[in-house]
Write a protein that binds this ligand. Structure first.
Ligand SMILES: [Zn+2]
Length: 132
């Protein structure tokens, strides 16, 4: 399996979980062979830290679910995000379990978004069209 589909599923998981938790997805970009970013309304200071943590952990959950990445491995940027929110390792594990439940529930949508993302970066509108 290509590395590109892995990063696409990782970013798609951030985006879909953000959307399901009520955030607005602004765009999703793949920036390199194994790097990308998802811009959402999550960055607002008023957002509930638990929701932010779940969105941050969603990418790791996709890595585990589809690509058999070990539980102990952490994407650096996402780990920085949850650490900045002040979470302990125990709390991070709880957030990961909550995020994994979302990723499982919406696995088909995440995969659909990832396959489109593999072809091109997605705008807010293109992302929304894939949710129907
Ligand atoms: Zn990530």
């Amino acid at each position: 399996m290509s590395r590109r589909i892995k990063v696409c599923r990782h970013e798609a998981a951030h985006a879909v979980v953000a959307h399901m938790l009520g955030f607005t997805v602004i765009r999703i970009k793949i920036t390199g062979a194994s790097t990308g970013f998802t811009e959402t309304s999550c960055s607002k200071k008023t957002t509930c830290p638990m929701m932010l943590g779940m969105v941050a952990m969603a990418g790791k959950c996709a890595d585990r679910r589809w690509h058999r990445i070990g539980r102990d491995w952490f994407p650096e940027g996402d780990l920085r995000t949850v650490k900045r929110l002040g979470y302990s390792w125990r709390a991070i594990a709880t957030l990961e379990a909550l995020a994994m439940a979302q990723v499982e529930e919406h696995a088909d949508v995440i995969d659909r978004v990832a396959r489109e993302l593999k072809k091109r970066d997605l705008s807010a509108r293109e992302f929304r069209a894939l949710l129907k």
